[in-house]
Design a protein around this ligand. Structure first.
Ligand code: HEM
Length: 252
């Protein structure tokens, strides 16, 4: 069951293609024969994807208003496809398809860097089903609850190095190349890990890449002055006062 759960909801390779229809994959799964369980899982799918995407996009756009160099690199990555679309008469507004953003390694790095510093689910909370010993050597007992701060983990020098506080998408690329660097999910825990890994992980990165590509290519973003940008203590890492950004159509 665990293997199926991890593959489900992904897109891209053969295995993933087969399970791209999430609803059918659950309906056809004997582990979800209980209608209430199926109902709960489908509800989880509808709820889990909403606020998490919203807040990731908010923090990403905020960071982009602060980092014009990063915006230029994203536009450089988008330009071959965007200019081709313009040449073939696609009109003034360039809209990117999910397929077209697949090769955009830097854009993926930007999103992962946001998710590292601003994990939409900032805490993991798990209650122990049985006594156990953690990899750290700590004893835990049935009924006890463990809280893991993903927000802190994303900012720890021991894990991410001296520049752990910097917004640096290049850390997600192999040194001196434009190839993605893969970090283990127990280190980059924003989507959780193992059997608890988010089944929407692949889909959400594709969706967000498409949105950020389309906004960044077509508009200049400017942060409206005088705002206080700070996180709000809640179960998702919202912005306490929201984000106000001016969008100006780019002349290309
Ligand atoms: C940036 C976006 C997202 C992040 C950071 C994220 C993160 C997570 C995390 C950390 C968990 C594990 C929670 C736990 O430990 O129990 C989780 C579970 C889940 N996520 Fe996501 N998620 C995102 C988007 C999505 C989307 C778009 C979908 C749906 C298409 C989705 C569907 C689910 C579902 C159904 C679960 C529960 C799985 C289960 O209980 O077996 N997520 N997500």
């Amino acid at each position: 069951m665990i293997t199926k759960k991890i593959n489900r909801g992904c897109i891209g390779n053969e295995e993933e293609q087969e399970s791209a229809d999430i609803l059918s994959s659950y309906i056809n799964d004997p582990d979800y024969a209980d209608v209430e369980l199926l109902h709960a899982m489908l509800l989880a799918f509808m709820l889990a994807g909403k606020d998490t995407i919203d807040v990731t996009l908010l923090w990403t756009f905020y960071k982009l208003t602060q980092n014009p160099k990063i915006v230029s690199i994203i536009r450089g990555e988008l330009s071959p496809i965007a200019l081709h679309k313009i040449d073939t008469g696609m009109g003034a507004m360039v809209i990117f398809d999910p397929e077209e953003t697949k090769s955009m390694v830097y854009l993926r790095a930007v999103l992962y860097e946001t998710l590292r510093l601003y994990p939409p689910a900032p805490f993991e909370r798990k209650t122990m089903a049985a006594d156990n010993i953690m990899p750290s050597g700590h004893e835990v007992h049935a009924g006890e609850t463990i809280l893991i701060s993903l927000h802190s983990m994303g900012r720890m020098e021991d894990i991410w190095g001296k520049d752990c506080r910097d917004y640096n998408p290049h850390r997600w690329l192999l040194e001196g190349s434009n190839k993605p660097r893969y970090e283990p999910s127990h280190k980059f825990l924003s989507f959780n890990s193992g059997p608890w890994i988010c089944p929407g992980k692949e889909i959400v990165v594709i969706q967000m890449r498409t949105i950020v590509a389309t906004v960044v290519w077509n508009f200049d973003l400017e942060l409206v002055k005088g705002q206080s940008i700070e996180p709000k203590l809640s179960c998702t890492l919202q912005m306490k006062n929201g984000l106000i950004v001016k969008l100006k159509k780019r002349e290309i």
